[in-house]
Design a protein around this ligand. Structure first.
Ligand SMILES: C[S@@+](CC[C@H](N)C(=O)[O-])C[C@H]1O[C@@H](n2cnc3c(N)ncnc32)[C@H](O)[C@@H]1O
Length: 239
């Protein structure tokens, strides 16, 4: 497989198959279909509950960005936040090609012109876009799932223009010696299997804080209905 694109911001000569095999080894077709369907159809309640946090961080992009890359775009629940925002072009990266159908539908529903949305089957650890080409990178519930968080964050910094923004919402490990952390430890192996590599016990806020961004603003939130996928962090980091 190769990235056969004419967009000058995309790096076409990568061995996508080898990269995917290394960072997101293929899962059975039925699993990828099921996971994509689950994200597309069953996350409405969650999206409603995080809408306020998302509105807060996405408002920082309003009218200021042209090129946006989404890490692990999934079924595209964030695409509606770019609606009516001028000429935004979104590059949606995800290793699960079954997400494309739903992400394309979400792009249409959000009113993005077809030429302003590209779904690219790839991983966050090897973004197939040029250095300093993106005004913003967005990641929601994805650093829990990538295989190498440090590498993915270095890639985020590489593709951002100077001053570009990384905006994120992630669930992270609970505080040590809490009941929640205890259950996260027990449930983590199962979570990784049923949620395509998602970790309940990652200290993602530490990774983001130490990734070398010039300015990092991280807030915490607890979603009462979401045990054990808690607490959440959300915020903005500037390259
Ligand atoms: C929990 S879903 C979140 C999807 C979407 N961002 C959302 O907020 O609903 C995690 C997503 O990360 C993707 N993913 C898994 N490993 C990845 C990697 N190494 N790089 C980029 N995306 C990855 C999965 O295919 C899935 O679409």
């Amino acid at each position: 497989m190769s990235i056969n694109q004419t967009d000058p911001l995309l790096i076409a000569d990568v061995d996508a198959q080898a990269i995917l095999k290394r960072f997101h080894p293929p899962k059975p077709d039925w699993f990828e279909k099921f996971f994509a369907l689950f994200l597309a159809k069953c996350c409405g309640y969650y999206e409603g509950k995080v809408a306020g946090y998302k509105a807060e961080i996405f408002s920082r992009l309003k009218g200021r960005v042209n090129k946006v890359l989404e890490l692990g775009i999934g079924s595209g629940p964030n695409l509606k936040y770019y609606a009516g925002d001028g000429d935004v072009h979104v590059y949606g990266i995800d290793p699960n090609e079954k997400m494309e159908k739903y992400a394309q539908e979400a792009a249409v529903a959000a009113g993005l012109p077809p030429t302003n949305f590209n779904f690219i089957q790839m991983v966050g650890e090897a973004l197939p876009v040029s250095d300093a080409s993106m005004d913003a990178v967005v990641g929601t519930l994805v650093l829990c799932s990538v295989q190498d968080v440090g590498l993915a964050l270095q890639e985020v910094k590489r593709v951002l223009k100077p001053g570009g923004l990384f905006i994120f919402i992630e669930h992270v490990a609970a505080q040590d010696q809490t009941t929640l952390k205890f259950f996260q430890g027990i449930l983590n192996p199962l979570q990784k299997i049923i949620s395509d590599g998602c970790h309940l016990t990652r200290h993602t806020e530490k990774h983001i804080s130490e990734a070398g961004f010039s300015d990092v603003d991280i807030k915490r939130a607890y979603l009462s209905f979401c045990f054990p996928v808690n607490p959440h962090i959300y915020g903005i980091a500037r390259k």
